[in-house]
Design a protein around this ligand. Structure first.
Ligand code: B12
Ligand code: SF4
Length: 551
C-alpha cells in the first residue's frame, strides 16, 4: 500500500526567513507507520520546493498512491485542500486524508468547503493513522470507519466525528524516521547548517487565552531524554544536522528531564557537534537561573521567550501569568549565560494604539534581547480569546491567519497604520542592533550568529518576503494608506462550524473555570517565590513549576 505525504506549498514571511525547515510531522508519522509494517511511504515537500499545481499533478500521477496525506496549520488550509482536490483528479481511488491542527478543530468547516476530503485525523496522528491505515489495508474501510477513534468524515450529508482518541501515552514508542526527508535543502540561514525540529515534550500545562497549542496536545508528556539524545545523535551523524529547535511548546517545565537531556548531550559530546534553540516561558528561565550556564554548555544557544505583551494589561488578558518585570529579568539572566534571546510581542488587539506600539519598542530596547518579533494577534477560532471577541472578527480568510497580517482592526488604527507601526519598530530595533551591537559582540560564535540573523532579515527585506510586505504592497510609511491585504471576503464561517461553536459555549465556560483554577494555583506558587526573592514579582508560572514524573 503506497502512502504519499505532502506538505502544502504555503508561504508567509515570518519564521521562514530563517531558512527551510524540515516538516517534523512527516518524520514522526512515517516512523510509526514503518513500525506497523507500512514501508512504501513517499514525501513531497511542496513548501520547500515551491511545487505548484502542475508539478504536483505530475508527481502524483507518477507515484500512483493508494493514500494521500496532507497536513495543515490554519493559514495553509486552502493549499492543503487544493492539493487533495488535485489528488482526487489524478488518482481518484486514493484515500484522501487531512491532519494537523486546523482540521482537528475545524473539521466541520473543512468538510463543508472541501467535500473531497475523505477523512480528517483529529489530534496527534501517530496512533490514529496506524489504525486508519490498518483498516484500509485489511479492507475494513469504510465499513468500520465509525469504530475508529479520532476521525471526522462525511457520511452522505452527515458530518461524523468519531469519539476523540486519547493522546499518545507512550511517547517513547514513537521513533521518527527522519530519513524520509531529502536533507540538502533544510538549511538554517543564520548558521548555514542543516536544521531539524525534534520533539521532546508534547503539551503545555498553561492555558494562554490566545493560544491553541495546549488544547491540541492536551496532557503534558515528556519523552525519555536518552531516547531524544539518540534521535539527536542520528540527526547529527546520519543527516549532518548542525542546529535544531525543539518543536515543544514547553520543553523546560519538567526541569529534571530537561537537565537529564542536557547532561546526555554533554556526555556524548554532542554539545560540540550541534547547537540548538527552544521556545519557552519566562518563568522557567529564572527558576533555572543557576542552570543557564550548564544549558549553554549543552549547546543551547537560542531561547525564544513568549514575553507576549509589554503592557501588564495585555499579559493579564492573555492569561499569561507572567509580569513585565519578570520578562526583563529573564532576558538579563540569559544574556549573562551567553544565550541569545528572542522576545516575542503580540500586537494588534482592539485596544492597540500608536502609543502602545511605541511602548513595545521602548520595552524591547530597554530589555535588550538579541532579537525581537512583533506578531500580529491572530484569532484562531478554536481559542478562548476568540470566543470572547468573536463579534469583532471580520476576516475569515484563513490564508491570512499567519501572525504577519493584521486580521483584527484596532479601534484607533487602520490595518495599514498597524503594519506601519510594527515595521517602524522592526526598522529601529534592527538598525540600532546592526550598527551598535551585532558587529561588536565578541569575535567568535556569538558575533557569527548575530550577523547570520541579520543576514536572514536583510535577505527577506530585500526580497520583500519579510512580513509578506511585497504581497501587501507596503513600501514604507508613505504607503501605509494604500496597503492591500487582499482578504477574500467570500470566505465565511460554515454554518455547521457555527452551530458547533454554539454548542461549545458550554465547554468554553468549563475551560474558563479551569483557567481560573490554574490561575489560583499560580498565585500560590508566586507566593512561594516571593518568599525567597524578587518581591516585585506577582503571579507567574515559575517557582516549583516542575511537574511530577507521572504527570
Ligand atoms: C516548527 C514550526 C514551524 C516551522 C515549519 C516547519 C515545517 N516545515 O513544518 C517554521 C519555522 C517554518 C514555521 C513557520 C510558520 N508557522 Co509554525 N510552528 C512550528 C512549531 C514550533 C512546531 C511544529 C512541529 O513540527 N510540531 C511537531 C509535530 C510533530 O507536530 P504537528 O506538526 O502538529 O503534527 C502532529 C499532528 O498535528 C498530526 N498531524 C499533522 N499533520 C498531519 C497529517 C496527517 C495526514 C495526519 C494523519 C496527522 C497529522 O500528527 C502529528 C504527530 O502527532 C509549531 C508550534 C508547536 N510547538 O507545535 C508552530 C506553529 C505550527 N506555527 C504556526 C504558524 C502560524 C506559523 C506561520 C504562519 C508563522 C509565520 N508567519 O512565520 C509560519 C507558516 C509557515 C508555512 N509556510 O507553513 C502556528 C500554527 C497555529 C495554527 N492554529 O494554525 C503554530 C502552532 C505556533 C503557534 N504558536 O500557534 N513554523
Ligand atoms: S505557555 Fe506558550 S504554548 Fe503554553 S498555552 Fe501559553 S502560549 Fe501556548
Amino acid at each position: 500500500m503506497r502512502i504519499v505525504f505532502i506538505h502544502p506549498n504555503y508561504h508567509s514571511g515570518g519564521a521562514e526567513i530563517a531558512g527551510n525547515w524540515p516538516p517534523a510531522w512527516v518524520a514522526y508519522l512515517t516512523g510509526h507507520l514503518r513500525r506497523a509494517g507500512f514501508d512504501d511511504i513517499h514525501f513531497i515537500d511542496a513548501m520547500t520546493h515551491h511545487i505548484g499545481p502542475e508539478e504536483l499533478r505530475a508527481r502524483l500521477a507518477a507515484l500512483k498512491p493508494d493514500v494521500v496525506g496532507l497536513t495543515a496549520i490554519t493559514p495553509a488550509i486552502y493549499e492543503a485542500e487544493e492539493a487533495l482536490r488535485i489528488a482526487q483528479e489524478v488518482c481518484p481511488d486514493a484515500l484522501r486524508v487531512l491532519g494537523g491542527i486546523h482540521a482537528t478543530f475545524m473539521f466541520r468547516q473543512v468538510l463543508e468547503e472541501a467535500p473531497w476530503v475523505d477523512v480528517i485525523v483529529r489530534g496527534e496522528g501517530e496512533e490514529i493513522l496506524v489504525n486508519l491505515m490498518e483498516a484500509v489495508r485489511d479492507g475494513r474501510w469504510p465499513a468500520e470507519r465509525r469504530k475508529i477513534r479520532g476521525l471526522a468524515f462525511k457520511d452522505g450529508e452527515e458530518i461524523v466525528a468519531t469519539q476523540a482518541a486519547s493522546t499518545v501515552k507512550d511517547l517513547d514508542a514513537i521513533d521518527p524516521d527522519w530519513s524520509i526527508l531529502d536533507w540538502d535543502k533544510y538549511i538554517y540561514v543564520p548558521l548555514g547548517v542543516k536544521v531539524a525540529i525534534p520533539n521532546m515534550a508534547r503539551g503545555c500545562p498553561f492555558t494562554c487565552s490566545f493560544c491553541s497549542q495546549w488544547k491540541f496536545w492536551r496532557d503534558y508528556r515528556v519523552r525519555d531524554p536518552k531516547k531524544v539524545a539518540d534521535e539527536i545523535e542520528r540527526l547529527v551523524t546520519d543527516h549532518g544536522v548542525g542546529f535544531f529547535i525543539l518543536a515543544d511548546e514547553e520543553p523546560t517545565i519538567n526541569k529534571k528531564k530537561f537537565v537529564e537531556f542536557c547532561q546526555e548531550l554533554i556526555d556524548r559530546g554532542l554539545n560540540k557537534r550541534v547547537t540548538w534553540g527552544i521556545n519557552t516561558r519566562v518563568t522557567d528561565i529564572y527558576r533555572d537561573r543557576d542552570l543557564l550556564k550548564f544549558y549553554r554548555e549543552a549547546g543551547l544557544v537560542h531561547v525564544s521567550l513568549g514575553t507576549e505583551a509589554a503592557a501588564q494589561l495585555k499579559l493579564d488578558l492573555f492569561n499569561k501569568e507572567t509580569t513585565v518585570a519578570e520578562n526583563k529579568e529573564a532576558i538579563r539572566l540569559l544574556r549573562e549565560a551567553d544565550i541569545f534571546t528572542e522576545a516575542q510581542f503580540i500586537v494588534g488587539l482592539d485596544n492597540e494604539t500608536k502609543e502602545t506600539l511605541e511602548e513595545t519598542f521602548q520595552m524591547a530596547w530597554d530589555w535588550q534581547p538579541d532579537l525581537a518579533n512583533w506578531s500580529m494577534y491572530t484569532p484562531w477560532p478554536f481559542t478562548p480569546l476568540f470566543q470572547e471577541i468573536r463579534d469583532q472578527v471580520e476576516v475569515f480568510d484563513f490564508s491570512k491567519y499567519n501572525f504577519v497580517t493584521p486580521i483584527m482592526k484596532p479601534a484607533a488604527l487602520t490595518r495599514g497604520e498597524l503594519l506601519d507601526g510594527v515595521m517602524k519598530n522592526y526598522r529601529r530595533f534592527y538598525m540600532r542592533k546592526a550598527l551598535f551591537h551585532y558587529p561588536w559582540r565578541g569575535t567568535g560564535f556569538r558575533r557569527r550568529y548575530l550577523l547570520g540573523c541579520l543576514k536572514a532579515f536583510l535577505k527577506a527585506g530585500v526580497g520583500r518576503t519579510f512580513y509578506d510586505l511585497g504581497k501587501a504592497g507596503y513600501w514604507g510609511p508613505q504607503t501605509k494608506g494604500k496597503v492591500d491585504f487582499h482578504f477574500d471576503d467570500s470566505r465565511k464561517i460554515a454554518d455547521a462550524q457555527m452551530a458547533d461553536w454554539e454548542a461549545s459555549a458550554d465547554r468554553a465556560a468549563k475551560a474558563a473555570e479551569r483557567r481560573a483554577a490554574v490561575k489560583a494555583q499560580m498565585g500560590e506558587r508566586a507566593e512561594e517565590r516571593r518568599a525567597f526573592k524578587m518581591p516585585e514579582v506577582a503571579a507567574c508560572g515559575g517557582g516549583k513549576q516542575q511537574m511530577d514524573e507521572e504527570a
